[in-house]
Each structure stands twice: as C-alpha cells, then as structure tokens.
Design a protein around this ligand. Structure first.
Ligand code: SAM
Length: 219
C-alpha cells in the first residue's frame, strides 16, 4: 500500500471513530504526514500514534490533531495562533481548513524545529503558515487578536496573555497539567467573559517559557 492509500485509510478510520466533520476529514486525508516526520519514521506516519521529531519532541497523534480541530470549531477565514509548531503537520491541517487566504501564525521555542517546519511547509505550498521562533506561552501580541488559539504542549495553568489575545467570541484549546493532564476548552463570549471546560485526559510534552514549566530538560 502506498502513502496515499495509507493516509486515506487512516482518515476514513478517524472519520468513523470520531465522527469527524467533512472539513477535518478532508484535511487529514490531504496533508502528507509522512513528509513531516524524520525519514526513519516515514513507514509509521499513518499509524495513529505520536512519533519522535527530535529535540525530545513529538508530532501529535493524528486523532489528537483531528480532535483539537473539531473542538476549536475551525472555520474558513479564522485567524489562528498555534503554540508549538513542532514539525508543522498540525499547522498544515489547520491551514487546509481556514483556507489559503488566512495566515496561520505558529510559534516554536526550538529554533531548529522551526527552521525544519518552515522548509517543509514551504516545499508543500503552505505559504499561509508563518512560523515564528519564540516563547509562545506569552502568545504573539503582534498579530493578536485571534479567533482561535491552540497549544500543543501542556501548561501548568492557562496563560493569561493567551486569554487576552483571544477575540470576543473566540475559542482556545490547551492541555493543562503535569503528570495528569486535561485538555481544556476556553471560550470568550462577546462581552469578554471567559468559560472553561474539561474535554478529557491527554498526554502532551511540557510547555516551556514564561508561563510554562520551569524545570524541563531537553536532551
Ligand atoms: N503540533 C506539532 C506537530 O504537528 O508536530 C506537535 C508539537 S509538539 C507536541 C509540542 C511543541 O511545543 C514542541 O515542538 C515544543 O518545542 C513546543 N514548545 C514547548 N514550549 C513552547 C513555548 N513556550 N513556545 C513555543 N513552542 C513551545
């Protein structure tokens, strides 16, 4: 079976298991995950599992990417901030959903990962994903406010700058916790009131930076 067939099978399975919307299903079916992972993991790219991408980091499992996209209720034209670019795969899936005319801003802490993600995204034509090196735990004020924000590393608590950078009516999805982690959905209503709810338990690498965990080792 070639990569396209494997990807189609994975997308079909996720659609069935997670009752995916058409737009999320189409995006998962389209983005070539095998081109984002290191060469030695290519054959496993369409197994529904996280994989190492270097620097102690991982590409999230496809089902988690799909779930986060669904929870954010992404729409064409949404302005999105991703905290934690990793290899760029999740950002590419989001870029497929929000459309080519909208910029997806993605911040990565580790410069080497950011550079690698930029190269892959550019080669695949995702000109609308802008990868920035920096501490995304503080958000990215320059492009704020955002319709949607998602964080791909677990934070000790919800960083205030991220809530501040969310538009009224906006939504954020963020894993919170250390040994036990919860995926938290944060919604800001038109008056600026903020509501939080737990989606369920998850497993992510720790967030670094000012609003992240202080003693994280990266080997
Ligand atoms: N979405 C990614 C993908 O598709 O490959 C997976 C991201 S990985 C699970 C989490 C990423 O968050 C890592 O690359 C890590 O370096 C990054 N990270 C951790 N703390 C960060 C911070 N304060 N600002 C930006 N990125 C951060």
């Amino acid at each position: 079976m070639d990569y396209d067939e494997k990807r189609e099978r994975l997308a079909e399975r996720l659609r069935y298991e997670l009752n995916l919307s058409k737009k999320v299903y189409e995006a998962i079916k389209k983005v070539p995950r095998h081109l984002f992972v290191p060469e030695r993991y290519k054959e496993e790219a369409y197994v529904d599992t996280p994989l190492p991408i270097g620097y102690g980091q991982t590409i999230s499992a496809p089902h988690m990417v799909a779930i986060m996209c669904e929870l954010l209720d992404l729409k064409e034209g949404d302005k999105v901030l991703e905290v934690g670019t990793g290899c760029g795969y999740h950002a590419a899936v989001v870029a497929e959903i929000v459309g080519k005319k909208r910029k997806v801003i993605s911040i990565e802490y580790i410069p080497e990962l950011a550079e690698r993600a930029r190269t892959i995204l550019k080669a695949l034509g995702y000109e609308n994903v802008e990868v920035i090196v920096g501490d995304g735990s503080k958000g990215y004020e320059k492009e704020a406010p955002y319709d949607k924000i998602y964080v791909t590393a677990a934070a000790p608590d919800i960083p205030k700058p991220l809530v501040d950078q969310l538009k009224p009516g906006g939504k954020m999805v963020i894993p919170i916790g250390n040994s036990v982690q919860w995926l938290v959905i944060v919604e800001k209503d038109e008056e600026g009131n903020v509501k939080k709810r737990n989606w369920g338990s998850v497993r992510f690498v720790p967030l670094r930076g000012e609003y992240g965990f202080k003693s994280v080792r990266y080997d």
